[in-house]
Design a protein around this ligand. Structure first.
Ligand code: UVW
Length: 320
C-alpha cells in the first residue's frame, strides 16, 4: 500500500471511543483506575501455589537485547572495579580498606521490558485525556510514566498463549490476531477473560530476534493484535486496564488493512488510557500454565519513578 493511501489516524479513528474525562480532567493513569481494591483482592485470590515468575527480559543479554528499530540497547559500563586498586592506586581509600564496584547504565527508557507513559504517543495535537501534545516538549509534564509508577499496577491477570493456541512455536512477522482470538484462546485454555482482567499475551515472536540477529529487522513487522472498531469497543466494554505482551510494541507493526503504523497505541493507549507493558519474557510462565492448566494469576508491577519520562523499565511479577 502506498503512503498516499494510508489514512491519517485522525480520519481512521474519527469515531473511535475515548475515556477522556472519565476519571477527571487531571487524570494521568487512565484505565489503571479500573484496578480498584476489589480487583487487587481478586488478583491476590489467584495465588494458590506461591509460585513466582518475573517477566522482565535481561538487560545486557549476551544474545542481544531486542529494541524498536532506531533505538539502542542499553549499555552498562563499569566505573569502579578491582582494577582501580591494581597499579595506579586510583581506587578510593576507605578507612578499613574496603574495595567496591560501581557501574552506570545508558538506556533508552523504551528500550527494555517497559511501561509506556500514556503520553508516549499521540495524533491530532492531543495526548491522553485531551492534554495538549506540547506538554511533551522537553519532558512529559502531563501523563508521563511517573504517575503510573506512583500508583502501581496490580490485579487479576490472564495469560493468553496465542502461539500455543495456534499450535506454533512463535508467531511469524505480519501475523495478526483479534480480540475474538483472545476470547477463543481464553475459552480453549479454560479461563474466560473477566472484565477488568490484565491481559498478558504470548506470541513468542521475539524468538525470531534471537534466532536471526540483525536480520530480524529487515522487513520489520512484528506479529500482534490488529486494530478494528470492534476490538476497541471490546477493550472499552471489558474495562481492560493493561495490555502486557512479549513483543516490542504490543501490536502488529503495520496494519494490513490500512497500512498505518501502531494504530492500537493511539486507539487503546491515547484514547482509552490502556497501559502498555512491552518486551516481556513470558516463556517460563507460559510453560507453567501449560503444565498445570491454570492461566490466571496475580500480576503486580510498578515502573520506576522517573520524572517526566516517556516510559520506564520494569520487572513485572506474576504469582500463581
Ligand atoms: C514505539 O513507540 C514506536 O514503540 P513502543 O511503544 O514499543 O515504545
Amino acid at each position: 500500500m502506498s503512503d498516499a493511501a494510508v489514512p491519517d489516524l485522525t480520519e481512521l479513528l474519527a469515531d473511535s471511543p475515548t475515556n477522556w474525562g472519565k476519571w477527571g480532567p487531571d487524570d494521568e493513569v487512565g484505565s489503571l483506575n479500573y484496578l480498584t481494591a476489589e480487583q487487587v483482592l481478586a488478583g491476590a485470590a489467584q495465588i494458590k501455589k506461591g509460585k513466582v515468575f518475573t517477566l522482565q527480559r535481561l538487560i545486557g543479554d549476551p544474545k542481544g537485547d531486542p529494541v524498536w528499530p532506531g533505538r539502542n540497547p542499553a549499555v552498562r559500563e563499569m566505573t569502579l572495579d578491582e582494577s582501580h586498586w591494581d597499579e595506579g592506586n586510583n581506587g578510593p581509600a576507605f578507612p578499613g580498606g574496603m574495595h567496591c564496584a560501581d557501574d552506570t547504565l545508558t538506556a533508552s527508557l523504551q528500550g527494555s521490558t517497559q511501561y509506556d507513559a500514556l503520553g508516549h504517543v499521540w495524533y491530532d495535537g492531543k495526548i491522553w485525556n485531551g492534554f495538549d501534545a506540547r506538554t511533551t516538549i522537553g519532558g512529559l509534564s502531563k501523563a508521563s510514566v511517573a504517575p503510573i509508577a506512583e500508583r502501581g499496577d496490580a490485579g487479576r491477570a490472564v495469560l493468553l498463549d496465542i502461539a500455543r493456541h495456534r499450535g506454533k512455536e512463535y508467531l511469524e512477522p505480519y501475523e495478526t490476531f483479534t480480540h475474538e482470538d483472545l476470547v477463543a484462546c481464553a475459552e480453549a485454555q479454560g479461563t474466560p477473560i473477566r472484565p477488568r482482567d490484565i491481559l498478558v499475551v504470548r506470541t513468542n515472536h521475539l524468538q525470531l530476534f534471537f534466532e536471526k540477529g540483525d536480520k530480524f529487522y529487515s522487513d520489520f513487522c512484528e506479529a500482534g493484535l490488529v486494530y478494528s472498531p470492534e476490538l476497541v469497543s471490546w477493550f472499552q466494554e471489558m474495562e481492560i486496564p493493561n495490555l502486557v505482551t512479549d513483543t516490542i510494541a504490543n501490536e502488529v507493526t503495520m496494519d494490513p488493512h490500512n497500512g498505518a503504523a501502531l494504530v492500537l497505541h493511539s486507539a487503546l493507549m491515547r484514547n482509552l488510557g490502556v497501559a502498555f507493558t512491552e518486551i516481556c519474557d513470558l516463556e517460563k510462565l507460559a510453560t507453567d500454565c501449560a503444565d498445570d492448566g491454570t492461566y490466571s494469576f496475580f500480576y503486580v508491577a510498578a515502573p520506576l519513578k522517573i520524572s517526566e519520562a516517556t516510559g520506564s523499565p520494569v520487572n513485572p511479577v506474576a504469582i500463581k
